[in-house]
Design a protein around this ligand. Sequence first.
Ligand SMILES: Cc1cc2nc3c(=O)[nH]c(=O)nc-3n(C[C@H](O)[C@H](O)[C@H](O)COP(=O)(O)O)c2cc1C
Ligand code: SF4
Length: 480
Amino acid sequence: MSGKYKPQFPRVAQLKTAELFRNHLEKEGINLDFDADVISGPDSPFAKSHTLKSGRTIGNAMCILPMEGWDGTTDGRPTELTKRRWQNFALSGAKLLWGCEAVAVRPEGRANPNQLMLNEQTFTDFVGLFQLLQTTHQEHFGDTSDLLIGLQLTHSGRFCKPTDKKRMEPKILYPHPILNKKFGLADDYPVMTDSEIDSIIEDFIKAAVLAQKAGFHFVDIKHCHGYLGHEFLSAYDREGKYGGSFENRTRFLRDIVTGIEAAAPGLEIGVRMSIFDWVPFQKGPEEIGIPAKSDSYRYAFGGAESGIATDLSESFLFLKELEKLGIELFCTTAGSPYYNPHIQRPALFPPSDGYQPPEDPLHGVARQIQATAEIKKAFPNLYVIGSAYSYLQEWLPNVGQEVLRTGKADSIGFGRMGLSYPDMPADILSGQGLKRAKICRTFSDCTTAPRNGMISGCFPLDPLYKKMPEYDQLKALKGE
Ligand SMILES: Cc1cc2nc3c(=O)[nH]c(=O)nc-3n(C[C@H](O)[C@H](O)[C@H](O)COP(=O)(O)O)c2cc1C
Ligand code: SF4
């Protein structure tokens, strides 16, 4: 996006009082509640702990969402930058670390050549990462008995780039009428065979066994953002045992879960899922996002036929499946950063391969909060974490507190805010006030950088990244 871009929506930082914020929400017709005052200390809804059926406790209602850095070694090990990011997660004050980033289960399933990968060769590095989280948290908060740490296991499916940062090597489940074209795949680009999928399931199970041995309390079987697990859910047109019926489209999940239960008893399992999806968007007039297709669209799992509205009926069926499988940990997200980023990570400034926001990004925040609330209401026994709060900026604590207080979710997830302002959770709890200079302003540099072959990080606000040559490259790219 050009540096000349003038946001068409008011900046959240300008909505300085509760009255201004409320008036803006009303004027825009955005259905978003918030508490005018934020409580700190043990009575804060953010301080509420939760004990899982297994007896394990999560010490508060804040969660660090998985955030990849594109900065591992090419054989899938963490670097000093990876370790620094994980340390920041551990000192955040959140008692649930969901992820902590996407970790590939096999080399060709990586989203980039520097994605972490868990296998026999990298196992000891993951032991080190887990211990780093524990010791860092212990040093800052004096107790790790209530810190729950998961590892997000993934195969990037349609968005694999295992060898070259700029070259996709997709592994697809069905020819998608819009995404095949968007990413330059012929209509007859080969789809993965059932036996290839069987062997990926084995890799997930092997990785889960290693994660448990390394100390992780749970693994997330990633079902979001257009990656492999998510693509199964919309594989309506696929033939064979992994496509077509709902039962077939959820076989991948079931087989992994039953395999893990047998091979790694006692390991908790969680699922992060795009609870709704929409049609892919593209640049329209004045670079504003418009749907890539305006008539009926069949491939949005959790989406209505219009492609631009939510219909959670199949998502609910998926959640019933999770309940049957005894899964308690559920993290919500939406859409995909590759084809409809405004519903996935609402931002005022789009990434370089995106489009200007077609709506006030607060609509995107409210949409995810409402869909998550519907899920929490229908599945009260799940422990539900919500996402996409970073765009709220100064108002994140106020909205998050209202969500927790009224039971719309059990935990508030911190994504981009965790990069720019890692210890925001601790500051919310202590009541000492927010550090404005660290608040994420959704500049999207952490997405633009990897889209252009660089590492990710908060270049504009994190002092370490600010000094990096990549930041100058980014500014040049944006015409600044
Ligand atoms: C740089 C970057 C890396 C991300 N990496 C992951 C990831 O590895 N796994 C995942 O499930 N989501 C990932 N996400 C999505 C976030 O977890 C989160 O859903 C999203 O940023 C919206 O939350 P927020 O508004 O708090 O940022 C990433 C997002 C960004 C910006
Ligand atoms: S680069 Fe920093 S300020 Fe920009 S979206 Fe990412 S975390 Fe937020």
